[in-house]
Design a protein around this ligand. Structure first.
Ligand code: HEC
Ligand code: HEC
Ligand code: HEC
Ligand code: HEC
Ligand code: HEC
Length: 176
């Protein structure tokens, strides 16, 4: 493929990925085993065995409210060459060749009346694992905390007097 068309495919995948992300995720709250995904992406191999940084793929988590999922092109940076003989990697390549975003099934979702911002929590020094658990050891991502109000509020209460990043328990910081 010529460079221009690679860029176009990437841009389309990014645009379509964003639309799929905000609109068509199906919600499976509290699923103890984690949902079946369209491509069996193993976190334990990538973030565990290969030691990849979470932010390599979820770079939005330190820059914005939302932690993005990576576009297919991020995966293809390696998988044009890496283990192309494996069936799940061939499925991945199929999405890439068709210029289609992967319809990942959502694991975490707060109700619309709650505000949450990744950047603020990551900047306050909380690790991903504090809230999401040992993802680097998970073959399938599961919803680790309850995501109930009590979970948020108990950490905020503990950190009310933190000298650097005091957290508040005021209703209106979390609710519109
Ligand atoms: C190579 C890219 C890559 C790396 C590295 C990576 N992830 Fe992911 N992550 C994904 C993909 C793709 C998905 C969507 C499929 C899934 O849920 O497994 C995902 C899903 C997730 C989800 C669930 C999102 C939702 O739908 O609610 C969380 C939470 C998460 N990752 C956290 C982490 C953490 C923490 C790390 C580091 C320990 C990490 N990820 C490393 C690619 C990556
Ligand atoms: C930095 C390079 C790199 C990136 C980026 C990367 N992978 Fe991989 N991936 C690998 C390597 C290397 C392996 C083989 C590891 C092993 O089996 O020890 C692998 C294995 C896999 C497997 C095969 C698991 C199996 O054995 O069946 C799947 C599926 C996969 N990756 C999907 C993805 C997806 C989806 C993304 C993007 C979200 C991604 N990878 C991003 C390097 C990468
Ligand atoms: C203070 C707790 C907390 C920390 C720290 C945290 N997350 Fe999250 N994460 C959440 C919550 C809560 C959601 C659900 C957000 C929603 O539905 O609005 C979420 C959702 C996600 C999602 C799904 C997309 C989204 O933004 O809704 C991904 C991917 C993710 N987190 C990755 C990460 C990674 C990677 C890190 C570390 C860099 C991280 N998170 C740090 C609590 C946290
Ligand atoms: C493990 C601890 C911890 C958990 C769990 C946690 N927070 Fe926080 N939160 C903090 C800290 C620390 C701050 C202060 C950050 C700062 O001052 O920038 C904060 C700040 C905030 C703020 C104010 C900053 C902003 O983004 O406007 C909101 C809103 C918020 N958290 C919502 C939530 C919600 C909703 C949940 C649960 C879904 C949650 N938090 C879970 C530690 C936590
Ligand atoms: C740190 C964030 C945070 C703070 C502070 C907070 N809430 Fe919540 N609240 C949440 C989250 C997350 C949910 C959704 C999960 C749930 O229903 O437990 C929620 C849900 C609710 C609900 C809906 C329950 C339902 O059954 O649908 C009400 C009502 C509510 N909160 C009222 C309040 C009031 C009143 C205060 C102040 C005294 C407050 N909240 C402070 C995070 C917060």
């Amino acid at each position: 493929m010529k460079r221009a068309s690679i860029l176009l495919v990437t841009a389309l995948a990014l645009a379509a990925g964003t639309a799929a992300f905000t609109q068509s995720f199906s919600v499976q709250l509290g699923n103890p085993r984690g949902p079946a995904q369209p491509v069996k992406f193993p976190h334990d191999i990538h973030a565990g065995k290969l030691g990849m940084d979470c932010l390599y793929c979820h770079y939005g988590a330190e820059k914005s409210a939302i932690a993005n999922l990576p576009p297919v092109s991020t995966c293809m940076g390696c998988h044009k060459i890496a283990v192309t003989d494996r069936p799940e990697v061939q499925k991945l390549a199929g999405y890439y060749e068709r210029g289609e975003p992967i319809p990942w099934v959502e694991v975490y979702r707060l109700p619309d009346h709650v505000k949450f911002n990744h950047k603020r929590h990551v900047r306050a020094g909380l690790t991903c694992q504090t809230c999401h658990g040992p993802v680097q050891a998970m073959n399938v991502v599961v919803q680790y905390p309850s995501l109930k109000m009590g979970w948020c509020v108990s950490c905020h209460r503990e950190r009310m007097n933190d000298p650097g990043f005091p957290a508040s328990t005021d209703c209106l910081i979390c609710h519109h």
